[in-house]
Write a protein that binds this ligand. Structure first.
Ligand code: URA
Length: 433
């Protein structure tokens, strides 16, 4: 077997078998296959696709040639969730304390993100002292006692995916459904979980801008999941406005604390999503009633247990909980720039990727791997999609430590999409089981 024949086969639209896919993954790990050959095969896959069976073999080869974590010794239910990434997406930080208060394990290992969406690990690191790198012993102990952590994933989990993703990123082959599906699931299925929810964000601030593309990705992931005998559900949720009211690292931690302190009714989209995610995670395991699940969630929010659990989690990972108890302790950026409505009408959507790119330029995210993040940079939304707007109304505020250039200001103003009719879009667009 050799890689040139494998590339030729995919170039000529033929199917690859399990042995060929295993050979490819082993070859990229032991470096017997050169990067230019890997890139050629990735481009052939990008152009000619993979069927469900090939996608399953690719996912399995990536998992089998990396580290697997079984959480031996954890005897209660482990729930997991993945998001394809969006602006202001702080769902995991709210979901974890609620699930742990309800008696479930939430043992999350995350990768760092690069690009326009914020990373959960960076958000957590905006809490002074918080540590995302923990030892294997610490992970094992915490999995068993507190039952809730969010840590940085070991380099050896789905190691081949890192190589593939880096090459896809620089060779214009990221946007391929089978490659995205196998990339996401090889990481998720390198850990034991009893039920998995994948939140596919869809809209102007998401990787998947169109609903059809989002649905196609869900179908591909559910097919792989079935082949692995895993219990997975996908939701497609809207990302035409930053989730909740705040986006940016320490601003999102402030929002998480506010939500968990009992002010969840101020955040319709987040509350709706949390209720749906927990219901679907539990429905994967047993027959549950939506209203009863919703009541259980409300109970741990109202009686303070979820907030207490968040404090325990932050403390357990070395974070200073006085910041969570008193959110005014967080540093605040020097400048507040108000974006006002240019015209009257209704707010239809935001060109959210453009907004997120400006936030990243101001320091909220990384443009390069080694960039340092400014945790105080972000935005605060004042208006929701569907709201009636009068000229001059405050739409959102940007917080930054650098003054905005006239070009950045013009881009932010141009990112607002006005309409003459109120659009009322649902936040959860579809559930696919
Ligand atoms: N997220 C991943 O983990 N992989 C992809 O290919 C795309 C998004």
């Amino acid at each position: 077997m050799n890689i040139i024949n494998i590339i030729e086969k995919k170039r000529d639209k033929k199917l690859l078998n399990k042995n060929e896919i295993d050979f490819f993954i082993k070859g990229i790990l032991d470096e017997s296959i050169a990067d230019y050959q890997t890139s050629s095969l990735l481009m052939a896959i990008f152009l000619n696709g993979l069927n469900d069976e090939e996608t399953y073999y690719l996912t399995k080869a990536i998992i089998d040639n990396g580290e697997y974590i079984n959480f031996d010794g954890v005897d209660s239910t482990i729930l997991d969730k993945h998001s394809t990434g969006g602006v202001g997406d702080k769902i995991s930080l709210i979901l974890g304390p609620i699930l742990a208060s309800m008696g479930y394990k939430f043992l999350k290992m995350s990768g760092r993100s690069l690009g326009f969406t914020g990373g959960t690990l960076d958000k957590l690191e905006s809490i002074p002292g918080f540590k995302v790198n923990q030892s294997d012993e610490w992970i094992e102990k915490t999995a068993n006692d507190l039952g809730f952590f969010i840590v940085s994933q070991s380099e050896n989990i789905a190691k081949a995916d890192r190589i593939l993703y880096t090459l896809r990123d620089v060779c214009a082959s990221v946007d391929s459904i089978p490659l995205i599906a196998s990339s996401i699931l090889s990481k998720k299925f390198s850990f034991r979980n009893d039920s998995l929810l994948i939140d596919v964000k869809c809209g102007t601030g998401a990787f998947m801008e169109s609903f059809d593309k989002a649905k196609e990705l869900c179908d591909a992931m559910l097919n792989i999941s079935k082949a692995f005998n895993r219990k997975t559900t996908c939701i497609i949720s809207s990302m035409n406005k930053a989730l909740g009211k705040r986006a940016g690292n320490n601003l999102e931690i402030i929002e998480v604390a506010d939500f968990l302190k009992g002010n969840y009714k101020d955040y319709d989209d987040i509350y709706d999503e949390i209720n749906h995610i927990i219901y679907e995670l539990l429905l994967n395991l047993e027959n549950v009633d939506y209203d009863e699940v919703k009541d259980s969630i409300k109970r741990v929010l109202d009686n303070g247990e979820a907030f207490e659990m968040f404090l325990k989690f932050v403390h357990n990972q070395g974070g200073d909980i006085s910041y969570i108890e008193d959110i005014n302790k967080f540093d605040k950026a020097r400048y507040e720039t108000e974006i006002l409505a240019d015209t009257s009408g209704y707010l239809n959507s935001y060109k959210l990727k453009d907004i997120a790119k400006t936030l990243n330029e101001l320091g909220a995210g990384r443009l390069k791997k080694e960039d340092k993040i400014d945790y105080t940079v972000g935005l605060i939304n004042e208006k929701c999609i569907g709201d009636k707007i009068d000229k001059g109304d405050l739409l959102f505020t940007i917080r930054s430590n650098k003054e905005l250039s006239s070009e950045q200001l013009a881009n932010l103003k141009a990112s607002v999409v006005y309409g003459d009719k109120a659009i009322k879009e649902k936040h959860i667009l579809e559930v696919i089981r």
